[in-house]
Design a protein around this ligand. Structure first.
Ligand code: DLL
Length: 434
């Protein structure tokens, strides 16, 4: 079932034309309503009239996270406050929060793109949605909520946490679709197992996002919960969840290109990269009113594919996010993404996909330790078996990541579980003192 064939199946030419018109309207809007963007465009010597088609996108200035922090709280809004009906914010790890402001039309767009996301996962009226993303300033809860209501599903707005209650409602209400972070889904699966209620579940789909997760993790969640797991992507600065989504082919994430134009750039030269090449994802909103944003540098690393999908959709597909450039660890000069470690660990049936990376610097040398939980059924007091597993994991990490790591096998359920975005790295190096 395709929820909105009109926009998901346009020819490339039709899509480019639509994007060109909407881009011009957005540029005009920000030029005349946002002193921040007018100044940026004036510095580059451009006016809205210079944007004749989507090919002119590269003429426009980039926007970076620090611009949003400098303009905190409302400096990037292009609508008067009297038209802003909702505010969201993401805290990030440092500094001031990133704020998003929505007009009534923006909320309508948001529920539309989320409705597409759920339809693409074969959900419809009659489905029971359990929204276990956090409600509040975080966009996950309310974003998924609006989309699920829009397709006519029944919605359980439980928010994140309260794990036993989640499982009770899941069995009593007959939840068919679960929305939460993949790390929380893993925790829920573990608890379902522990409570022995797996056979009472009616789950068929999971819509997981807000943090990087690997194909290995997808298989793990699909097997454990007997569902099809769909990846959903988005960010507060752009709208929240609903920027891109998996269809049932699970072969890349369809970009809602009639609302958001994706580009991939080389983060060093800032030049656009061709389809298929991995670089930094840059997004321009072309329909938003409250806080339109031009060429936002997301720091998320991925690639784009413009070939028609076998599901029939023609929209650009984004590869699974490999990680954020600022999540990348540089250990002894080698680039390491936590998701690479995750994919290695999932190759071992003895290891649970719960892990934590510790990095420190001792005597001017980087020390890299990976704590890996062993699955309860494999956890044994037989030292030789454990040593053997340790060696096998260490060997695989060395060959995939090109760096040696100390592997520490830890007891089942000893690594902290997360109900939202998981924190999987502790980097104790103080780079400023080296
Ligand atoms: O995480 C919005 C969201 C909520 C997306 C629920 C999906 C589901 P922020 O808190 O602003 O917004 O964080 C945005 O999270 O730049 C990515 O680095 C990361 N991220 C989001 N979705 C994915 C995903 C929400 N599917 C930041 N895969 C983004 C990998 C993701 N990373």
């Amino acid at each position: 079932m395709i929820w909105n064939e009109t926009y998901e199946c346009l020819s490339r030419k039709e899509m480019r034309e639509l994007q060109g018109k909407r881009l011009f309207n957005t540029v005009e809007r920000v030029y005349y309503n946002s002193p921040f963007y007018r100044k940026k465009m004036q510095e580059l010597g451009i006016t809205p009239e210079d944007i004749e088609s989507v090919e002119d996108l590269a003429k426009l200035p980039f926007t970076v996270k620090n611009d949003l922090r400098d303009q905190y709280p409302f400096g990037l809004f292009s609508s008067p406050m009297s038209e802003i009906v909702r505010l969201h914010a993401s805290s990030g790890t440092t500094g001031k929060p990133i704020v998003g402001g929505y007009t009534r039309k923006d909320l309508n767009i948001w529920s539309e793109v989320m409705a597409r996301t759920f339809s693409a996962g074969n959900c419809d009226r009659g489905d029971m949605f359990q929204i276990a993303y956090g409600y509040g300033l975080f966009t996950g809860g309310l974003g998924a909520h609006a989309g699920a209501e829009r397709i006519g599903a029944s919605v359980i707005p439980i928010s994140s946490g309260n794990t036993e209650k989640q499982i009770q409602l899941m069995t009593d209400f007959g939840t068919t679709a679960l929305c939460c972070t993949p790390s929380y889904a893993l925790y829920l699966a573990e608890m379902i197992d522990k409570m022995g209620v797996g056979n009472k579940l009616k789950l068929k789909a999971g819509f997981f996002g807000a943090e990087p997760w690997t194909e290995g993790m997808r298989k793990e969640l699909e097997n454990k919960l007997s569902i099809k797991a769909f990846d959903i992507f988005g960010l507060t600065e752009i709208i929240g969840p609903g920027v891109a989504y998996n269809c049932s082919e699970q072969n890349g994430l369809h970009f809602n290109e009639d609302h958001f134009i994706p580009e991939i750039i080389d983060p060093n030269t800032l030049q656009p990269l061709p389809a298929g090449e991995v670089g930094e994802l840059v997004i321009t909103t072309i329909t938003k009113e409250g806080m339109p944003i031009l060429r936002y540098r997301t720091k998320d690393l991925t690639s784009l594919n413009y070939e028609k999908c076998s599901c029939g959709r023609t929209s650009a597909r984004m590869d699974k996010i490999r990680g954020r450039s600022d999540d990348m660890l540089i250990i002894r000069g080698i680039n390491v993404f936590p998701s690479q470690v995750e994919s290695v660990l999932l190759e071992f049936s003895e290891a649970a996909p719960h892990y934590h990376l510790f990095v420190d610097r001792i005597n001017n040398t980087d020390v890299f330790e990976i704590h890996v939980e062993v699955r309860p059924e494999f956890f044994s007091d037989h030292l030789s078996q454990m040593l053997n597993l340790k060696k096998k994991i260490a060997h695989r990490i060395q060959s995939v990541l090109g760096i040696s790591a100390e592997i520490k096998l830890v007891e089942p359920r000893s690594i902290e579980r997360s109900t939202g975005k998981a924190k999987r790295v502790t980097d104790k190096r103080n780079i400023y003192n080296q």
